[in-house]
Structures are given as structure tokens and as C-alpha cells.
Design a protein around this ligand. Sequence first.
Ligand code: NAI
Length: 275
Amino acid sequence: MGTFVVTGSASGIGAASAARLRESGHRVIGVDLRDADVIADLGREEGRRRAVTEILAACGGVLDGVAAVAGVGPDTRDAAAVVSIDYFAPVALLDALRPALASSGAGRALVISSNAATTVPLIDDTLMDLLLAGSEDAARKHAEEAQGALPTALLETSPGISAYATSKLALARWVRRTAVTPAWARRGILLNAVAPGAVLTPLMTGSTGATADSDPDAFPTPMPLGVFGRPEDIAFWVEQFLRPEARFATGAVLFVDGGTDAVMRPDAQPTAMHL
Ligand code: NAI
């Protein structure tokens, strides 16, 4: 049985993913702000460093997989925290744990993006460039400044929405760019992303007000299946990507969103290459 790291293991999708892996007999090192094997604030450099040290001590330098699930939602007022937690934390953690994943011979890495990346028309191109360039201080500063330009109504309900959607799109792009580099692909480490839609967790309820009693057809984005996701619906795919048998998929971004992205942008992917 394998040894896996799951961040955000105290709640929602992370908790369901950790539970599923444990039920399959694996050892899970959970990382979160509370109620976890490793308690660390992944939004801060010091927290990330300590988390990596404690994870490596716990696993003896060999990991079968890492699911970077921890995140905050679009209702987060601190836009700088959004980019640090939702983009820089998973990237830094996976970069730091890459040697441990390589040591297992069949390392698996997964991040959680979001269909907000493709369905929220508030992508900040400058922020995108700063994220992909790895400039955390500049990205934090820009995210804070750009927040002021959001319409007042949005600022009241979803002050972090632009930073959130941009961070989640950048994370998906980082996965596609990074997964194919020799440092990952030729060391046998597969790197993929799952992009969930509306999943009933504290993050979703906090960001949208939707609960298990809400009507999916009254949700702001269309829900073709007519149901909200449950954390277990995402945990299923998390586990599939982390399995050793999943040996030919890398750089994938899988929408698990009840059809929202497909109905809003049916022809956006795949796109053809033209000469
Ligand atoms: P949740 O709020 O239930 O769980 C998030 C977990 O991350 C919490 O346990 C929290 O303590 C932890 N966390 C937050 N900031 C942290 C930090 N600085 N350091 C360490 N841990 C931290 O939320 P949910 O919904 O399970 O979210 C998991 C991931 O799924 C997030 O990345 C979120 O953006 C993403 N997602 C969720 C969707 C949804 O509808 N629930 C939709 C699309 C993406």
C-alpha cells in the first residue's frame, strides 16, 4: 500500500479524498490548518517549509502521491491570500516534494483547479503572467490593487473572485506546462488537475450561499445534470489519478462539474491546431 499526502484534509474534498485513500488501505499524511497530521499554513512560506520538512520526515523521503487540495474560495476578502493559497501553495509544495515522488518510481501528483477558471469572465491577464512567472510578492500586490476595480456588488459577495478564477486557470496551465518537462515526465511522475464545479462543501456554501437544500437550477451557473456535486464525487477522481495503474495520463485537466463547462463553452475544447 502507498503513502500519500493530501492537503486540505480537514474538510470537504480533501477530507473525502483522504478518507477514500485510507479506506483503500493507504497511509495518508493529511496537511491542514487544523485537525491534520501536519498542521501548517500553506499560504505562508514558513508554513510551506515546515510542512515539507514534516512530510519528508513522516514518509522517509518516499511518496507515492500528493493531492494538493487545500484552498480558499472567491468569498475571501484578502486577494493576496487567495493567490498564495490557491496558486503558490500547491506549486511550491509539489516542487518541493518532487524528489520524494521520483523516489517511489511511479509518483502521482494532482491539483484541484476549478471550472471558475473557464466560466468566470474575470481573468486578470497581468496577474496570470505574474503567477506563471512565479513572482509571488508582485502577484500578491497586484491582486490587492486590482480588486479595487471590481464592481461594488461583486466586492460585497465575491471579493476574491478575480484572484480565485485567475489562480485556478494559472494552476491548470502550470500543470500542462510542467507535467511534460523531463523533471516530471522522465522521472515517472504524472501531474494532473481536476477542475470541479459546484460541490457541496463549506467553501461552496460560504462563497455562494448554496446548501444541500438549494435548487441546482437556481444556481448562478447552469447545472446540466441538475445536481450539485458531493465531495465524494471529486474524491473518486482524485484516487483514480493517484493510482499506479494510471500510467498514461499526464497534463490532463478533467472537468468534474456536472456539465457546467461543457454547456457554457461547448466548443472551447478540444481546439484544432491550424498550420
Ligand atoms: P473546504 O473549505 O471544505 O476545504 C478546504 C480546506 O483547505 C480546509 O480544511 C481548510 O482549512 C484548508 N486550507 C485553507 N487554507 C489553508 C492554508 N492556508 N493552509 C492549509 N490548509 C488550508 O473547501 P473544498 O470545497 O473542499 O475545497 C477544496 C479545493 O477544491 C479548493 O482548492 C477549492 O478551491 C476547490 N474547489 C472547490 C469547489 C467547490 O464547489 N467546493 C469548486 C471548485 C474548486
